[in-house]
Ligand binder design. Structure first.
Ligand SMILES: [Zn+2]
Length: 205
């Protein structure tokens, strides 16, 4: 596969998947402490960038390590910004079945920023991506917001077939394991200090 002229982290976001990074199926992944997760080959910069698809491991690293998805470098408190995250409330997220994603005891009225699977970026990287990315410029929900000091992370679980362990010498053949829930991307929720007393209006949306 050809090395691209486009530079990872400069012309193409660090987190973006490339066509040479084929799926490796389900494997234990160090990005989440060895839990079973969807994994991909590691060949950033080879083939063509797949702008609509994040690389599974790199996406998890951005959320776990607060790495900027654009340049791949760590972000520091005070320089973390989101551009298409949505303000919602703890109560609305709980109504959507996301209780486990939130800190216990957080009041329902607390304003929470649902960042989906996109970790916050450096301000300079926000500006660069808004300048250069046509998809982002056309996105109706672009609103640059400071990322709060508290957040929570929740795995987006997907059902997948786990292959039988290779090279295992078994005295008796075992049936192949059925589909199990494994980690796909990581979701990120910013916990603000604000409360929205009318948060229940969000339940109707
Ligand atoms: Zn950056």
């Amino acid at each position: 596969m050809q090395e691209s002229k486009l530079k990872v982290g400069v012309d193409v976001p660090w987190v973006t998947s490339w066509s040479a990074e084929e799926s490796l199926g389900v494997r234990p992944c160090p990005s989440i402490g060895g839990r079973l997760a969807i994994c991909q080959a590691e060949r950033p910069g080879q083939g063509k960038p797949q702008y609509s698809m994040n690389h599974f491991r790199r996406q998890r690293e951005t959320v776990r390590g607060m790495l900027c998805p654009m340049c791949g470098q760590p972000t520091e408190a005070g320089d973390r910004w989101t551009q298409i995250a949505k303000r919602t409330s703890a109560g609305v997220l709980r109504a959507r079945g996301l209780s486990a994603a939130l800190p216990a005891g957080l009041p329902d009225a607390r304003v929470v920023i649902d960042a989906g699977s996109i970790a916050p970026l450096h301000k300079a990287c926000v500006e660069r991506s808004l300048e250069h990315c046509p998809h982002l410029r056309a996105h109706p929900g672009v609103e640059v917001m400071a990322w709060p000091e508290r957040w929570s992370v929740a795995p987006l679980m997907v059902r997948a077939e786990v292959p039988a362990a290779p090279l295992a010498v078994l005295a008796a053949p075992r049936p192949a394991p059925g589909p199990v829930a494994v980690v796909g991307f990581l979701q990120l929720f910013g916990v603000t200090d604000m409360a929205d007393p009318r948060w229940r209006r969000g339940l109707r949306k």
